[in-house]
Write a protein that binds this ligand. Sequence first.
Ligand code: SER
Length: 484
Amino acid sequence: MQTSEIRTRWLDYFAKQEHHLAPSVPLVSPDKSILFTIAGMVPFIPYIVGTEPAPWPRVASVQKCIRTNDIDEVGKTTRHGTFFQMCGNFSFGDYFKQGASKMAWDLLTGSVKEGKYGLDGDKLWVTIWEQDAEAEDVWLNQIGLDPMHLQKLPREEIFWDTGQPGPAGPCAEIHFDRGSAYGPEGGPEVDTGGDRYLELWNLVFDQYLRGEGLGKDYPLLGELDKKCIDTGLGLERLAFLLQGKDNMYEIDQVFPVIEKAQELSGKHYTQGKTSKDPDDIRMRVVADHVRSALMLIGDGVRPGNDGRGYVLRRLIRRVVRAMRLLGVSKPVFPDLLPVSKQVMAASYPELDKDWQTISTVAYEEEDAFRRTLESGTLIFDQAVTRLKQRHESQLSGKDAFALHDTYGFPIDLTIEMAEEHGIQVDREKFAQLMQEQKNRAREDARAKKTGHVDARIYHELEAELGHEVEFVGYTEDSCNAKVI
Ligand code: SER
């Protein structure tokens, strides 16, 4: 089943269950407290928290998401992607545990002919909160889950909240058992790697009002008047199960980019069990990041030196570097990006419409980075050679700073390149040199503002007085300042 079809089935199923279908909001989060949309519930937070009335009692969506906190895991595991799609269904004071759990079971295990996913119910496991008698009753007595497949977890492992006082509640997590090739028996409770009992779908039962407290250590102040449902199913995870693949990089929406990377590099990608081969990992990273860059640019993000722009810049740069390590030094985005667009456009037709802009932004950013790399790589390589000759394994903060200052190498690029040689970077010294540079820049700016090239005398004065001073003008034999 193609990923775009899995998506359509989701929407069709919940439309039949009288859900309003909400289009995905952009990756630029509508919630100003976060950079990116990181979950399907982000656009609905005000309705769950209750700060705005919900326009519909129930809604479903397939939300585009970006998460970069696990960027180092991308390509190495079966399921870490910087871009992914979260299928969700939500109830704002409408159906609750029973409705949400029954629909989830029905859609996952119902027949493919009837528009559902046809998973084998005997392979599903569910984890719930140990005190959630209602959920236990629903899963065991109303749905008929094998009691051996229901595991109860303590609050700290199975509660969800927004991190603030407000709604909170226990979850029911649905996992798919991929069998003994992926780890020992025993259920999700004992599967620390999460590869055998793959978490597919999280049903959050927003039931309680929580008070202040850090982590999961907060008081439950009582039951909410309006209980809500917030669920999230990983579309790529379901896709790799339904497509008989081992990982999310080999699904129909991602794999064609790996194929292109193979073709460009002449290297062979090992399909099947997710290998640890560095070239295979690089090709998975390339496929993931090209797709993320495509979707970010499509949603209006532009490369830059901070915030979202820097995330995009970093993704593009990592693609270019991974391809270089695969032996391809010519521009790669003109070959890779159209392939990703081609497979994603079935679900996101706006990519076709905006293609001219998207491709221009990506290609220009690659070109700019290639120029940066060309000037800095020689210097970097010389520094590494020197270190190796001296049998040292730390690149000095001074060298890292010179690469940054003169050749535009951001520190994480230097760190990543150094790591490939087994070399650490003296980050502390680098940070100190950066701070000194910032201080110098600040001094220069103040000097410009005051008209004085050398503003040290004022800073000394300020330090002595404990106040800022402002230059107010010259007289014949002195210059004057006033204390502010
Ligand atoms: N908020 C929950 C999650 O992100 C369910 O959507 O997993």
